[in-house]
Design a protein. Structure first.
Length: 166
C-alpha cells in the first residue's frame, strides 16, 4: 500500500499559513469536499466527493498526536451516488464531513488548509514516503519550521472522529 507521513494541526492563524503556502507552494486544488465515512472493522473508509469527481479512500494510521505514517488506497468512482448507497446499506454511515479545502504542492508534500463545518480551521501536511522515511521526515521538519509550527499540538484522529466527539 502507498504510505504518507502526515500531520494535522488546528490552524490558529489560517491567513498567515495560507500566505506561507502561497509563497512556497503551487496551488493544485481549491474547492468543497464532502467525505462520507462508513463503519468498518479496522482503518477508515470514506467516499470523497468534490467538484473534480469522486474517490473511495481506505486508510489506516495510528491515532497519535504527532507526525505519523498512514497507509492508504484510492479508487476513482464514476457513480458516487450508487457507491454511497451501496456502502451505506451494507456498512452504515459513520459520519459526514464537509469542508472547504485549499491544497498547495511543495516538492512532493501536499499542504492542506481546511475549513471544516462544525470544527473550524485546520492545517495538514502529507508527504509520500515511497521507501524513504528519512527524506519524508526531513521535509516534514523543514515545513513545520517554515510554517512556524514546531510547537503546535497535532490532532490525533480524523475530522470524523473530532465531529463524533464534539
Amino acid at each position: 500500500m502507498p504510505e504518507n507521513l502526515e500531520i494535522k494541526l488546528k490552524a490558529v492563524n489560517p491567513g498567515r499559513l495560507e500566505r506561507v503556502a502561497k509563497t512556497i507552494g503551487k496551488p493544485i486544488f481549491v474547492g468543497q469536499q464532502i467525505d462520507t465515512y462508513f463503519h468498518v472493522p479496522s482503518g477508515r473508509l470514506k467516499l470523497r466527493e468534490a467538484s473534480g469527481g469522486a474517490e473511495l479512500i481506505y486508510y489506516r494510521r495510528p491515532n497519535k498526536a504527532t507526525a505519523r505514517r498512514s497507509e492508504y488506497l484510492k479508487l476513482e468512482v464514476d457513480q458516487p451516488k450508487m457507491v454511497k448507497s451501496f456502502f451505506a446499506g451494507h456498512l452504515g454511515i459513520k459520519q459526514i464531513v464537509k469542508k472547504r479545502r485549499r491544497v498547495y504542492l511543495y516538492r512532493k508534500a501536499r499542504i492542506h488548509l481546511d475549513e471544516v463545518v462544525g470544527l473550524g480551521s485546520f492545517f495538514e501536511i502529507e508527504i509520500p514516503i515511497r521507501g524513504k522515511m528519512a527524506q519524508a521526515q526531513s521535509l516534514m521538519r523543514f515545513l513545520l519550521r517554515k510554517f512556524e509550527l514546531q510547537t503546535g499540538r497535532p490532532i490525533r484522529g480524523s475530522y470524523s472522529d473530532l465531529l463524533l466527539s464534539s
